[in-house]
Design a binder for this molecule. Structure first.
Ligand SMILES: O=c1[nH]cnc2c1ncn2[C@@H]1O[C@H](CO)[C@@H](O)[C@H]1O
Length: 321
């Protein structure tokens, strides 16, 4: 008998690689996208909402609700770091797409997450592609959320490698370190897919050419918006290609066998020059003293990924569209 598709909510800040991940999810029979929630990160939250609605219109999937998320960090911080230099000022490769016709639903992102998790207890996975503010708000405002949610797959962290904002921090964790620490220590089933893993998944210039040759509707759309993302990678990393951050995290939820993971306690540095650092404790040593990692629940941290399989799936599903 066929398994029921896994219900997922994508928390997103679209974003070029977010667009890839969203289209990939819509092309994946293993999952049913039951909503998008929006957050700042690659763009401000209002633009993330507009882009989420736009992408669903491109996909012909306006049946999927969009719930707008927080405009500020969990500590009400308004000094946000927006990665428009990675994705373009519109978040989608400076294409000046017309505004979407649709509107977000009345519920906030956090309330939508809470509602869906309690409607389908143990059956909803959140794929978090931006800073973790909405998820932390859901955890803080509903004591049942942590047990109701099936899994939270987090694209974020830099485990034992340098960050991409600065040597310490990865962009999504840096965006709201306090929220990230709430999520990692909440006791929920959390799987963190950090840039130590996503930097192994590389989409080359030649891969983009292959996308361009296909007549798939998502392939065609993505080729338009990928330029800015490619230029950024050429400049920042001197690479001939781009990292598939968001698609890799999405596929970790769709096909968990693509990654391996280890388990331990993750805390996030919230102040100082290492703000946003994710520090993993592997529990191999029993420390004599009580530490900030003692008695905290374990999370899963991705260690390896079958990168060729991820690239193949991305290519196959986006070209056959
Ligand atoms: O250099 C960067 N600075 C800020 N954000 C980035 C950078 N590279 C990628 N991303 C964005 O942040 C997430 C991965 O950390 C991805 O969602 C990607 O779109």
């Amino acid at each position: 008998m066929l398994e029921e598709p896994k219900k997922i909510i994508i928390d997103t800040d679209p974003g070029v690689d977010d667009a890839m991940a969203i289209f990939l999810a819509l092309q994946s029979p293993e999952v049913e996208v039951i909503g998008l929630t929006t957050i700042y990160g690659n763009v401000y939250t209002a633009l993330a909402t507009r882009n989420a609605l736009h992408l669903l219109e491109i996909a012909g999937r306006t049946d999927i609700p969009v719930a707008e998320g927080s405009h500020v960090t969990i500590t009400k911080g308004t000094k946000l770091r927006i990665a428009d230099f990675v994705h373009g000022t519109d978040g989608l490769g400076n294409q000046n797409f017309p505004p979407p016709k649709g509107k977000p639903i009345e519920l906030s992102a956090a309330d939508f997450l809470i509602q869906q998790a309690s409607c389908y207890p143990g059956k909803v996975t959140v794929v978090a592609l931006g800073p973790l503010t909405n998820i932390a708000l859901a955890i803080q405002s509903d004591p049942h959320f942590v047990k109701n949610i099936q899994q939270i797959v987090v694209l974020g962290g830099a485990f034992a490698v340098n960050g991409n904002v600065n040597p310490a921090a990865e962009a999504n964790i840096f965006g709201d370190p306090d929220a990230a620490d709430v999520v990692f220590t909440s006791g929920a089933d959390v799987l963190a897919v950090g840039i130590n893993v996503t930097h192994q998944v590389f989409f080359t210039d030649a891969d983009r050419d292959k996308l361009a040759e296909s007549s798939g509707k998502y392939a065609q759309y993505l080729c338009k918006i990928l330029d800015v993302y490619y230029s950024y990678h050429h400049d920042a990393y001197s690479t001939k290609g781009v990292y598939l951050h968001d698609p890799t995290a999405l596929l970790a939820a769709v096909t968990p066998s693509l990654i391996t993971y280890t388990e331990g306690v993750v805390r996030v540095q919230t102040t100082g020059i290492t703000r946003g650092l994710t520090l993993f404790y592997n529990k191999q040593k029993r420390f004599g003293e009580v530490t900030e990692w003692s008695d905290k629940p374990s999370v899963k941290v991705a260690v390896t990924v079958d990168a060729p399989a991820v690239v193949n799936l991305v290519m196959e599903r986006l070209t056959n569209s």
